[in-house]
Design a protein around this ligand. Structure first.
Ligand code: ADP
Ligand code: MG
Length: 248
């Protein structure tokens, strides 16, 4: 990306966008978790990212330090299964951003994050967890950058689409990990809350990238005009549940 100041501005904007989105979707995530868990995922994530934003804003360090702060804030503020999974994995993966934010470093970050989530949670695709959204998102992002040579914004757009399909894929599954697994067959027929929060986060990373990065060259010129209003926030789930903006 551009200079350290622009990176910081973009990162803080990303964290703020994620925090706003999770606050807006708090009830929705909690409803999902009340169907197959203990009805706290929305409040957990909202509380976590509110703390993450506050602490990130008061961090002076570089991109890696800011992202690491997000991880530590999530570990201490989220709790439950998702706190250490999200927070601990972000903390470890933040080391991949020590050279700054660039297509290659963000791929390395995404891969390291996925690897940590799977190390910690021991969930494979199909266990009805956040991994079901994360694996397609990360693989699609990596392929789009490294094989298809797409600009990061386009790669993130494909990753968000892949995550959305991953969330839909969780609906007919029987949970094999986490609290939902206690329900056995009764977990079938519901979308997974953690996969859904993962999708919301990827969507907000996309919305931020659209704001800060030029689509053509992947953002080497952060001042280049960006495409306005392409509706990244208007995501609708396949059964019409509102995952869109508040008040719609
Ligand atoms: P808790 O289950 O402790 O109440 P949350 O409600 O915040 O925590 O988060 C639940 C989400 O955590 C699930 O929807 C699932 O996506 C994710 N999760 C739970 N266990 C695992 C695991 N072992 N691996 C990956 N993700 C998991
Ligand atoms: Mg819960």
């Amino acid at each position: 990306m551009a200079d350290a100041e622009t990176e910081r501005e973009a990162l803080l904007a990303a964290i703020a966008n994620v925090a706003d989105r999770l606050a807006a979707e708090r009830e929705y995530l909690t409803d999902l978790d009340s169907a197959i868990g203990d009805a706290d995922h929305g409040t957990n994530m909202d509380r976590g990212f509110e703390a993450a934003l506050e602490q990130a804003e008061s961090t002076d360090g570089d991109a890696a330090a800011i992202v690491k702060t997000v991880g530590t804030a999530l570990v201490s503020a989220v709790g439950g299964a998702s706190g250490p999974l999200y927070g601990g994995s972000i903390m470890s993966a933040s080391a991949e951003l020590e050279e700054g934010i660039a297509p290659e470093t963000t791929v390395a970050f995404a891969e390291a994050y996925l690897e940590k989530v799977q190390d910690r949670g021991d969930a494979q695709v199909g266990a009805k967890t956040m991994v079901d959204a994360l694996v397609p998102a990360v693989h699609t992002y990596k392929r789009s950058i490294e094989v298809d040579d797409l600009p990061p914004v386009e790669a993130l757009r494909k990753a968000a689409d892949a995550a959305e399909r991953g969330v839909a894929f969780t609906v007919p599954l029987r949970a094999k990990k986490g609290r939902a697994s206690y329900l056995g067959w009764r977990s079938v027929g519901h979308r997974d809350p953690g996969a859904t929060s993962t999708l919301l986060i990827v969507e907000e990373l996309l919305a931020t990238a659209e704001e800060f990065l030029d689509e053509v060259d992947g953002g080497s010129d952060a001042t280049a005009p960006t495409e306005p209003d392409i509706g990244a926030d208007d995501a609708e789930t396949e059964n019409g549940d509102a995952v869109g903006e508040e008040g719609e």
